[in-house]
Structure formats: structure tokens, C-alpha cells
Design a protein around this ligand. Structure first.
Ligand SMILES: [Zn+2]
Length: 75
């Protein structure tokens, strides 16, 4: 936890506070950091959700093609 000067009134405000207690000015840095964290997690979550099934499908497709050719070859 650190104290930063409020850009509006100059009062020292905690970075843990969402807004300046003196003038109500929002603490932009803290808010941006939180939003960035949530956005980053959402992006990596969506990326994992999109990529993992694709990899699973690719493996199933390759194994399926090999099994099919093996099956056709043995007949
Ligand atoms: Zn202020």
C-alpha cells in the first residue's frame, strides 16, 4: 500500500482506495491495474478455451486418420 498525491486536490491518498476521500476523484492507476488484470485473465481464459479444444480436435483427427488407414490397410 502506497500513498500517492491526488491529481485533483493534491491530498495524499492510498493506492488501495478507489477514490480520493477529500474530493472523490477516482484513483485511476489502481482502477486501471485492476481492469488490466481482469482483462488479461479474460483474454488468457478465452485463448485457452479456444486453443485447448482445437488441440484436442487435432489430436483426435490425427489419431482417427491413422486408425482409419490402419483399419483400411488390414482389410
Ligand atoms: Zn482529491
Amino acid at each position: 500500500m502506497a500513498l500517492v498525491p491526488c491529481p485533483e486536490c493534491g491530498r495524499s491518498i492510498s493506492t488501495a482506495a478507489s477514490a480520493c476521500p477529500g474530493c472523490g476523484h477516482p484513483v485511476a492507476g489502481q482502477r486501471r491495474g485492476l481492469d488490466g488484470d481482469v482483462a488479461g485473465k479474460a483474454v488468457s481464459g478465452i485463448a485457452t478455451w479456444l486453443v485447448v479444444p482445437w488441440i484436442a480436435r487435432a489430436i483426435v483427427a490425427v489419431v482417427g486418420v491413422i486408425a482409419l488407414f490402419t483399419f483400411l490397410g488390414t482389410r
